[in-house]
Every structure is written in C-alpha cells, then in structure tokens.
Write a protein that binds this ligand. Structure first.
Ligand code: AKG
Length: 300
C-alpha cells in the first residue's frame, strides 16, 4: 500500500511546478522546465519529423493542406532535395497521433493548468525547425497580438524535441515584458508580425537565451517579447510549440492556425463563463501565405 502511495505522489509531483517556479513564471513571463515528456515520446516525435523532412525533399514549394486551405508544410527559401529546409509543420496534431497525444498528455499541459487553469483549452500547435545550414530565424514579436482573446491568460509552450544550445538558434526572450506594453506589429499599413527593432535594441543587454536538454519545455506568457537567430551549429533544433489558454477566454479574431483540435478542453470542466480584462491593441491580419514567416519576410 505504501509503495503505491509513494508512486502516486511521485507522479503528482512530476507534473506540478514548485511555488518558486510558479513565482518565477509570473515575475519573468518565462520558465524552462526539464522532463516535460519522456524519452519514448521524444523519439516518436523525432521519427515523425524525420519522415516529414524526407517527404519535403520531393517538393520545391510549400505543400500539404491545413483546415483553412493554406499549406501545412512550410519550406525556407533555398530549400532543395539535397539540403532540405523544412521550417514549419502546421497543426501536426491533425496528421499525427504522436503529436496529438503529446499535445494532450505532456506534463506541459498540467503546468499550464496550474498557471492559468484549472480549466484550459488548446489554441494551436506547430513544429518549428531550424535544420543545420538553414537560415531560419524569427523576428522579435509578442504572440498575443496575433491572437487577441478576452483575457490574456495564455501560454506558449516550446517543447525541446532536440537539445537547445547557445549555438543552434535558441529562443531569446526579454524577461518581464509580459507586464508591459502590447506593441504594434503593423508597419506602414502592413501586419509584419514583428515589433520595431528599436524596441529590442533598447533592452539588448537584458536578453536571455533559453537552452536545455531535449524533453524540456519553455513556458512563455503570450505577451512576452521574443525572437530567435539562425542555427549556426551542425545539430538540428526542433521545437513542438503548443498554445493553451484559460477556459474562460474567448477569441476576438479569426484563429491564425485553425485545426480540428482548436478550442479542445484539455484540462478541467467548462465554466459557462467569459472573463474580460481591459487592454487596447490593433487587430492582427491572418497570413495569406503559408505562415507568419511570410509576414515577417514581407512576402505576404
Ligand atoms: O522557433 C522559435 O525560435 C520561436 C517560435 C516563435 O516565436 C513563433 O513561432 O511564434
């Protein structure tokens, strides 16, 4: 009996953040936690992604189709059969049981329920990849201006499918900015999906790079300023990114990555309520091309 009780306690504690971690998340708007998925799920995700990279070799342009008709597989300009540069797979949960399972069962989901739950829903998911030699980079932005909701209890979870090091293009963040301004992502009448460079330059000395072993998750508040540089190493950097939000928030503009799992209640019970907080920002534009990479490159 004692043995079973101990095992149960271990399972609970593995899935719960400590009070110190919770405080760090709300202070900085970001927290890296190791052991968000086990090695079996990690290997399954790697195998699935390796299969998609192989498939991408036979394509010159973005391919596949998402629920809204845009392509599912996003190729970095310069992609070729010899040197594949698959930079994103949109809504992988729709085409892979492995990703759907991780989206619903990873410890990440429990961490988010602890932070903004207890009841939480799934917003969208994607794999972001920086294959060695590809030029993929992400300009600085906040996620919330892409996906306005009635309240901002929303967390972007970046699961490290590979080890993330200082060399392979880690996520870079400006801690504490989730408590600050919602910046414009519009420039000269175009939604560029990026903030003005001067905003980041002014705080360049406060940038933190989020690294960690494969299986870690970086929990990031949706208002936090972040970006990432190209992979300069010979190792891949694959992230499985999922966004969850408090069940009592409702979307205020079209989802930029709708899927059959959008709004799925992944923890807790429906409350039948809506919670609104005051804020003021411009509405986003949904990408016309495959993803926000095109918006950031000015090609949308
Ligand atoms: O892949 C990364 O480094 C960051 C991802 C990100 O910010 C995004 O896809 O919105």
């Amino acid at each position: 009996m004692t043995g079973i009780y101990q095992l149960y306690q271990e399972r609970i504690s593995m899935k719960a953040l400590t009070q110190e971690q919770v405080d760090t998340f709300w202070r900085d708007g970001v927290l890296v936690v190791e052991g968000a998925v086990d090695s079996v799920d990690l290997q399954r995700m790697r195998d699935e992604f390796a299969h998609w990279v192989e498939e991408s070799r036979s394509h010159l342009n973005d391919f596949g189709e998402c629920q809204d008709g845009r392509p599912r597989f996003d190729l970095q300009p310069g992609h070729s059969a010899e040197k594949p540069a698959l930079r994103r797979v949109q809504s992988p949960e729709e085409i892979s049981d492995v990703f759907a399972d991780v989206m619903r069962t990873a410890n990440t989901v429990d961490f988010c329920a602890q932070l903004v739950g207890p009841a939480i829903r799934f917003h969208h998911g994607k794999v972001n990849s920086k294959l060695p030699g590809s030029a993929t980079q992400i300009k600085w932005h906040q996620d919330f201006p892409f996906q306005p909701m009635t309240n901002d209890d929303m967390i972007t979870c970046l699961l490290f499918v590979d080890e993330v090091t200082l060399e392979n293009g880690p996520l870079e963040v400006l801690p504490g900015t989730h408590k600050g301004e919602l910046h414009t992502h519009w420039h000269d009448g175009v939604f560029t999906g990026a903030v003005d460079e001067s905003i980041v330059e002014a705080s360049a000395d406060k940038i933190v790079k989020c690294t960690g072993p494969a299986g870690s998750v970086c929990l990031m508040h949706a208002r936090l300023l972040h970006g990432s540089a190209p992979n300069l190493s010979s190792n891949p950097r694959t992230l499985y990114i999922t966004t969850y939000y408090s069940e009592d928030a409702i979307e205020l503009s079209p989802n930029h990555l709708p899927s059959e799992l959008t709004h799925e209640l992944v923890r807790g019970e429906p409350s039948g309520r809506v919670r609104c907080v005051p804020y003021d920002m411009e509405l986003p534009a949904v990408p016309k091309a495959t993803s926000f990479f095109a918006q950031q490159e000015g090609a949308d």
